[in-house]
Design a protein around this ligand. Structure first.
Ligand code: NCN
Ligand code: DMD
Length: 334
């Protein structure tokens, strides 16, 4: 189907390649879905939420309670992602895989593996069973959405301290220097940033993660929402669904999933380039090119939701643009 689509795209009335990444999207969507013009109208943004034991090391600009408060804000429909998902025409599915929120609102899927991870400076963040449980939650969530008719997925997260976990996982999987993978997250001063880097370096020295064992890496220094997202990408691939990554943490989860099951890579699309410095490295490793450069660093699936309409637009162009034959014009000569 990809070859057929590529030929069709080159017959559309435009210079070959001039629709840039949109053309790549047209071809990849055809390959993924097995359809020339897939109907992507039914869309979902799925956000996995979790708390982090490492937050007690003072690695975030915000208190841990912000995770619980933001889940409540999702419930009230007033967070950025509520509005972005609405604009994109996507339903929002919030999954609590590991927050410390006392009472989970009804609109939130309650699938808590435990109330936050353990502090990975001291011990493993999770057991491998806990990692698998969170992964299964992610997979099942996507299977259910697919059964409901969802055909395009955006994956996001929420969790105070998760840029620390994300950077630790990213350094462990890539072998890159901690500073290259670590940013200021939700906003840190110079001295707090230096402290955050030291915390991650110390944890990596303690656990000595093996880059060839992604599930173990997640257990050592990951997060419940990171494992949940990894499961969601795997679920998307199993269901032949195109899936859009968001920022740094969401893409780190995709890398962990891809190290475990490399076949999922062909289902991934990158929405935007996060301000977090490690994001570009991770995207490159996955062979992904972000569509948007908007200096965002919010998480919540915000960049992925923003990019969603681009996918439907690509299908519309492929389906409805005139071909050279329609115009009685010769196509490209070479
Ligand atoms: O998506 C990103 O690239 C991104 C970059 C920085 C921060 N975040 C969000 O901010 C939170 C993590 O920030 P921090 O500083 O607590 O590690 C978490 O809820 C993420 O959704 C997200
Ligand atoms: C307010 C707030 C909103 C967020 N959304 C995702 N991560 C977040 C972190 C904070 C602190």
């Amino acid at each position: 189907m990809a070859d057929k689509m590529k030929k069709h795209v080159d017959q559309l009335t435009k210079p070959v390649g001039s629709l840039g990444q949109l053309e790549e999207i047209m071809v990849r969507l055809a390959a993924i879905t097995g359809e020339m013009f897939p109907e992507l109208h039914q869309k979902a943004v799925v956000i996995f939420c979790g708390d982090h034991g490492v937050a007690e090391e003072g690695v975030s600009a915000y208190p841990q309670e912000a995770t619980a408060l933001m889940i409540q804000s999702f419930d009230r429909g007033k967070a950025a992602i509520n509005l972005l998902a609405k604009r994109a025409g996507a339903e929002l599915c919030v999954v609590d895989v590991g927050s410390k929120l006392e009472e989970v609102p009804e609109s939130v899927v309650s699938a808590r593996v435990r109330k936050g991870t353990r502090n990975f400076c001291v011990e493993k963040a999770m057991t491998e069973e806990e990692v698998m449980q969170a992964i299964q939650t992610g997979r099942k969530t996507v299977c259910k959405l697919r059964e409901k008719g969802v055909r395009l997925l955006a994956v996001g997260e929420l969790g105070i301290g998760n840029t620390t976990a994300g950077a630790a996982v990213a350094s462990a999987l890539t072998g890159m220097e901690v500073k290259r993978m670590t940013g200021r997250g939700s906003g840190l001063s110079d001295s707090a940033y230096a402290h955050k880097c030291r915390v991650i370096e110390k944890a990596l020295l303690r656990h000595r993660p093996d880059p060839d064992r992604p599930l173990e890496v997640l257990a050592q220094v990951g997060g419940l929402e990171i494992a949940g997202m990894a499961g969601a990408y795997i679920g998307a691939a199993e269901n032949r669904m195109p899936v859009i990554t968001d920022g740094f943490i969401s893409t780190v989860a995709a890398l962990a999933a891809a190290r475990w099951k490399p076949e999922i890579k062909s289902y991934l699309f990158a929405s935007h380039a996060s301000v977090e410095p490690g994001h570009s490295v991770i995207l490159k490793q996955l062979g992904l090119k972000p569509l948007l450069h908007a200096d965002m660093r919010l998480g919540e699936g915000s960049g992925a939701a923003l990019a969603m309409p681009i996918f439907e637009t690509a299908v519309t162009l492929a389906r409805e643009m005139a071909t050279f034959a329609d115009l009685g014009l010769a196509g490209p000569s070479a």
